[in-house]
Design a protein around this ligand. Structure first.
Ligand code: CAA
Length: 261
């Protein structure tokens, strides 16, 4: 399938997954969700991509799922649709590399949920986030009832989910919905700069950290510590671990560059 609305652009070790459906404010249609899943798979597989930026361009991140497309869908249509939607968002969440969402403009509904699949979120000072599904008489289906409370806590999440109200960047920062607020013109560059710091970092260690944190959040502490123990010992099978520790001994901290072996 040739991607029409989601592009993967790669420069200097950073892959940008770029939503580009401006006429509909990057609304996530069936085609967009399928293209997102393909872009996530490619970003996962490509060795020249060491970190990922998720971006919707300078005007809007994404105004949610495509309401015009959804409005006429039946229960049975939706059974398949929501499974594929969650598959696409999960594919982003499971990219085994650092992923940052760069948010300009609106990130609403499925758009906000897409940002929740990133590891961190940088927002424009003019960004607006929210889960307005309730105002349509529906609920989030791209992980909002699950990832949002895990990120901001259940009561703040329920406030946003129950009311559907829009959250400006400063409040989003205060409640932990975003991690950094910057001038709108700088969001993408800041996100790329953050992602670029991983271009020569140890990829297997990054992957192991991401997996340990994400899987650990789903289980009890003892199981989480066991996941960490296994990842910790496994990382000693990589050449990167030799390179990193030897470089510390010879040159001091933070000087190693890693080839991903
Ligand atoms: N789906 C389809 N089209 C959308 C859209 C959406 N989610 N959001 C915006 N658009 C379209 C508008 O219909 C309009 O198209 P036309 O020019 O053809 O009429 C165009 O984008 C521009 O939108 P507006 O004229 O409304 O622009 P605005 O600046 O006045 O308002 C907005 C912007 C506040 C984002 C408003 O468009 C809006 O509220 N959009 C819907 C937001 C929403 O409810 N999102 C949740 C969707 S449901 C969901 O995501 C479910 C899930 O979790 C899986």
């Amino acid at each position: 399938m040739t991607a029409e609305f989601v592009r993967l652009e790669v420069a200097d070790g950073v892959g940008t997954i770029r939503l580009d459906r401006p006429k509909a404010m990057n609304a996530i249609s069936i085609q967009v969700q399928d293209e997102l899943a393909l872009a996530a798979a490619e970003a996962t597989d490509r060795g020249d991509i060491r970190a990922v930026v998720l971006w919707g361009g300078e005007k809007v991140f994404a105004a949610g799922n495509d309401v015009k497309e959804m409005a006429s869908m039946s229960y049975t249509d939706m059974v398949d649709r929501v499974e594929k939607l969650q598959h696409a968002v999960n594919a982003i969440a499971r990219i085994p590399k650092p992923v940052v969402a760069a948010i300009n403009g609106y990130a609403l509904g499925g758009g906000c949920e897409l940002t929740l699949a990133a590891d961190v979120r940088f927002a424009a000072d003019s960004a607006v986030l929210g889960q307005p599904e309730i105002l349509l008489g529906i609920i989030p289906g791209a992980g909002g009832t699950q990832r949002l409370p895990r990120l901001v806590g259940p009561s703040k999440a329920k406030d946003l989910l129950y009311t559907g109200r829009f959250v400006k960047a400063d409040e989003a920062l205060a409640i932990g919905l975003v991690d950094r607020v910057v001038p709108a013109a700088d969001v993408y560059a800041e996100a790329v700069a953050w992602a670029s710091t991983f271009a020569t970092a140890a990829p297997y260690a990054l992957r192991a950290i991401k997996e340990s944190v994400d899987r650990g959040l789903e289980v009890d502490l003892e199981t989480g510590l066991q996941i960490e123990r296994h990842s910790f010992t496994a990382i000693f099978a990589t050449e990167d671990s030799r390179t990193g520790m030897q470089s510390f001994i010879e040159n001091g901290p933070g000087k190693a560059t890693f080839e991903g072996r």
